[in-house]
Design a protein around this ligand. Structure first.
Ligand code: SF4
Ligand code: SF4
Length: 121
């Protein structure tokens, strides 16, 4: 069983500088929004180095920048059913380093809603 709870997390992993999509992800987003592939590619992604479909991002008061599909008030994904493959598989194992850090910071601060930001991957 996973030792982390994304529903209690402010979504740190959605603030990663590079969220790489593949063409199937762009296609899924296109269908979700009733767009063609090209329109979805332009609207939701941009080239970033070797990555042809890097997720576009937007400002976030806690982490600086965050995925364009992240609800910055509710701190959750707005396209859960259509989210990219990388978001479906992350963090991979049973643990999440950021979540462990968050729990220890919340205990230290005695604040269950504290948003820990000084974390390095
Ligand atoms: S940082 Fe970890 S706990 Fe938080 S949303 Fe991402 S995977 Fe879930
Ligand atoms: S698509 Fe959803 S889960 Fe993936 S990074 Fe964006 S907000 Fe987070």
């Amino acid at each position: 069983m996973a030792a982390y709870n994304c529903s209690k997390c402010p979504g740190y992993c959605c603030s990663y500088p590079l969220i790489p999509l593949n063409s199937r992800d762009v296609d899924r987003l296109a269908r979700h929004f009733g767009l063609g592939f090209e329109a979805a590619r332009k609207k939701f992604t941009k080239k970033d180095g070797d990555q042809p479909y890097a997720m576009r991002r937007k400002a976030d008061e806690h982490f600086g920048r965050v995925c364009r599909f992240f609800d910055t008030d509710k701190r959750r994904c707005t396209i859960y059913e259509a989210r990219p493959e990388i978001c479906r598989t992350y963090p991979g194992g049973n643990g999440c380093g950021y979540y462990d850090f968050l729990v220890s910071e919340r205990e230290a601060q005695k604040d269950k809603t504290h948003i820990a930001t000084t974390w390095n991957k």
